[in-house]
Design a protein. Sequence first.
Length: 387
Amino acid sequence: MSERIPADWDPRSQAVLDDQITAYDDMRRRCPIAYSEYQQWTVFRHADVLRILQDHESFSNVVSRHISVPNGMDPPLHTPYRKLIEPYFAADRVHAFEPECRAIAQELVGGLPDAGVVELNAEFAEPCALRIQCAFMGWPETLHEPLRQWMGKNRAATLSGNRAETAEVAAEFDGYIRALLKTRRSSTNRDDVTARLMREEVNGRRLSDEEIVSILRNWTVGELGTIAASVGILVHALAVDPMLQSRLRKNAALLPAAIDEILRKHAPLIANRRITTRPVEIGGRRIGAGERITILWASANRDEAVFPEPDAVRLDRDPRQNLLYGAGIHVCPGAPLARMELRVIMEALLAGTSVLATVPAQAPQRACYPGSGFTVLPLRVESTCKQ
């Protein structure tokens, strides 16, 4: 930048971290395109975020020096990789995986106490996300515990902002993936997702190990954290709203719309990044080429101009406006899988319990940027056998 721009806010201030959603709501109303030393430009309004998502020529996804397939690519490089991965989340594959997903969710619900207080993250949300993801990938049960420990290390490294620590944790995950690739090369009868990726071709050649590791990293790291956070957000929303909980217990067909709406209100993924490829003007602010932009899902999906009464869970909203899974050419390819998983998890939880309630003496602890949801979520649970 040729001149220093005064900061409009500090996204790492304690006031923001204490209640991110409220802070983002305030910024959207008074300074919808804001500058800070930490994030450079942050975009809060739905219309501005949608414009960025739909203009990949002006707003690049190549935001890291590390390979990221295909998330961190722009066309034309992005196009063949995106075409390659989309079939993995096709309706027939998602449908075929649903029974296994349901069995895992039901088993974990069955392991909850008949009546008592549980820490939902550790006892249900994280194990559910971990076991379902490993099952989808075709990974062995022996990887469950190492990955569970890795999730904690990754969360701590991300919060610390220490690049060396983050790189070390990333290298540990890549090591797990490379070991899996080695195992599959020594076996000729594997036909899981990982094995199929190893046979894929792009531009007339086989995917390299580096590309496969990147794809699996993007699928797994994002999936584990986001699905676990989503489950916590969903269950907490029902625990604090007994009427909504009762409505969904009586009519499970409402779950898909309710899940998307609850996660619109409280985003499981706070933000994504872009870099400008040319000078642009957004919301009256002029932004030069090569500058970082943070798009805040957690604000855009609460924009009153699109979602009146944003704190209300309304099942009649236009689902096309919901940016839960993004928009444009980088819309989340795994959205059909994630929607199925969350629906099945919540169906199993509601069918296997009679009560989900907060614990007055034990307040939940909210995650802070760049995380979302809850780090600790105590809830009172009663199983259906108590009725």
